[in-house]
Design a protein around this ligand. Structure first.
Ligand code: NDP
Ligand code: 8X3
Length: 250
């Protein structure tokens, strides 16, 4: 395959599972995250299948995003076919007046500004090709709000809005934009949200079968592998046991 797949947040969860799936399909990869050793392990694992380029970069840092992407070989940049804007996180869960400013900033800077910085750096290459696909990983938290979700929900509502806005801005350049909104999926997400408190993190997935990372990778593949004339605008995917952001059958 001659299209590179660019995935942010590739060091765990959805991003890592997507890297594995696209590698199994033969697509070369560009994988971005902060944890260099995790990316190195993934590269080691997948390099016998496809070319893997790892980029250690914090998406919150616009200069670093631009320098890191700008340093890629122009021949590689010209062949990026898909950008998966997946890097993101929730930090904390509680009433708005008890929110910690630093947690809010981490979520806004990563989920929203980081997505914008990476998109802005990649779109010129899609425009030059008059072709490309952006898949934004939003959330059920971008469709609904729930107790204690306030700022995380706001960032994901913003991603949802940006997916729609980007589609309008980019359609005339032949660029597809899809929004993917998962419900609860067992990854490192809750461990990060609850700041390393494994017991609280595990409780999120107690009593039902949650989504797993490969379910999201499968869906990203489905979005990407539609025929050229088809774009799936938006998918909400949840575990069979989940009916809304807060209603589960346990
Ligand atoms: P994980 O915590 O397993 O993965 C998050 C990924 O994002 C990691 O690879 C992490 O890498 C990366 N990341 C976080 N901050 C940054 C940063 N500043 N710069 C670069 N990379 C960063 O969680 P998931 O796989 O579950 O989450 C992936 C996306 O899916 C997120 O946007 C999340 O909000 C969303 N989501 C998750 C759901 C769930 O229930 N799991 C449901 C709906 C949406 P590193 O730490 O190495 O930088
Ligand atoms: C992650 C799913 O419901 O914890 O985006 O917000 S949820």
């Amino acid at each position: 395959m001659d299209q590179y797949i660019f995935i942010t947040g590739a060091s765990s969860g959805f991003g890592e599972a997507s890297a594995e799936l696209f590698a199994s399909k033969g697509y070369p990869l560009i994988l971005m995250a902060r944890r260099e050793e995790r990316l190195a392990e993934l590269k080691e694992k997948l390099s016998n299948q496809v070319e893997v380029i790892t980029l250690t970069c914090d998406v919150r840092n616009e200069e670093s995003v631009n320098n890191t992407i700008g340093a890629l070989d122009p021949g590689v940049l010209a062949k990026i076919g898909l950008l998966v804007n997946n890097a993101g996180l929730a930090v904390g869960k509680g009433p708005i007046d008890e929110g910690i400013t630093d947690d809010w900033e981490r979520m806004i800077d990563t989920n929203l500004k980081g997505l914008l910085y990476v998109t802005k750096a990649i779109v010129p290459f899609f425009k030059a090709n008059r072709k490309g696909h952006i898949i934004n990983i939003a959330s059920i938290a971008g469709k609904e709000v729930y107790p204690g979700g306030n700022v995380y929900c706001a960032t994901k509502h913003a991603v949802d809005a940006l997916s729609r806005a980007m589609r309008i801005d980019l359609v005339s350049h032949g660029i597809k934009v899809s929004n993917l909104a998962p419900g609860a999926a067992e990854t490192e997400f809750s461990l990060v949200r609850f700041k390393g408190d494994m017991e609280t993190a595990n409780r999120v997935y107690d009593g039902y079968d949650p989504l797993v990372a490969s379910d999201i990778a499968d869906t990203i593949w489905f979005l990407f592998s539609r025929p050229a004339h088809v774009n799936i605008n938006d998918i909400t995917i949840m575990a069979s046991a989940q009916a809304s952001a807060t209603i589960f059958s346990k």
